[in-house]
Design a protein. Structure first.
Length: 217
């Protein structure tokens, strides 16, 4: 059975986070299709991974036999994350927009799993072609044609890292205007916010079922 690697990075708990609500819907639909499958879950906010250190970075380019004790310890933590990525048949990432970019906890995970010559820039990488669904929620709208389109760095950045660097097959679900119910200045946008959230939840269930069926075929 297939293995799903599920990452959440919202600072808000379930019930207060749109990205968590959408990833939960995706995961439930996935589990309904794969009751005997495996889900590897990481809450990067509640249990953050170490930010990349000099020892962890340099160890990735050195023969393990030459590692210092500090390099060996640092790379062991990095290795766990890389193996989880390599063993996943599909990946689900909750990536809310904070200050026009992704949470620092998600960036730390990416810095650990991107290893040139292994997961990155490698035609034989085990990650090549692995499907990844990214729930890129945001408080406003950065869609094409909107005033803030030039400030959309989440999808652009994650496409560059996940697709171009790691060779993953990337698909986005984008619930937007999530701040409308909480910001009086955006009250007129509440219907659009609700519609965007509903669509994201529907898309999550549909995409999870379709992907599960595809991997089972």
């Amino acid at each position: 059975m297939a293995t799903l690697l599920h990452l959440d990075s919202s600072v808000f708990p379930a019930g207060a986070s749109t990205s968590r609500a959408v990833t939960e819907t995706f995961r439930k639909a996935w589990e309904d299709q794969h009751p005997d499958g495996t889900v590897v879950y990481r809450d990067l906010h509640a249990d953050p991974v170490p930010h990349i250190s000099a020892d962890a970075h340099t160890a990735g380019f050195a023969d393990p036999a030459t590692h210092t004790p500090e390099q060996a310890a640092a790379f062991a933590e990095r290795e766990k994350l890389i193996v989880e990525l390599e063993q996943a048949d599909a990946i689900l990432i909750g990536a809310p927009m904070y200050n026009f970019s992704i949470p620092s906890t998600l960036k730390a995970w990416l810095d650990n799993v991107v290893l040139i010559g292994r997961t990155a820039m490698n035609e034989d990488s085990k990650t090549n072609g692995t499907p990844v669904t990214v729930v890129a929620s945001r408080g406003g709208s950065y869609a094409p044609g909107t005033p803030r389109e030039p400030l959309e760095y989440v999808q652009n950045y994650l496409t560059a890292v996940l697709s171009e660097t790691l060779g993953l097959e990337v698909d986005f679900i984008v619930p937007e205007l999530t701040m409308a119910p909480h910001n009086p200045a955006m009250s007129e946008l509440i219907p659009l916010s609700e519609a965007s959230r509903a669509k994201a939840l529907d898309d999550a269930a549909i995409k999870a079922k379709s992907l599960a069926e595809r991997l089972a075929a």
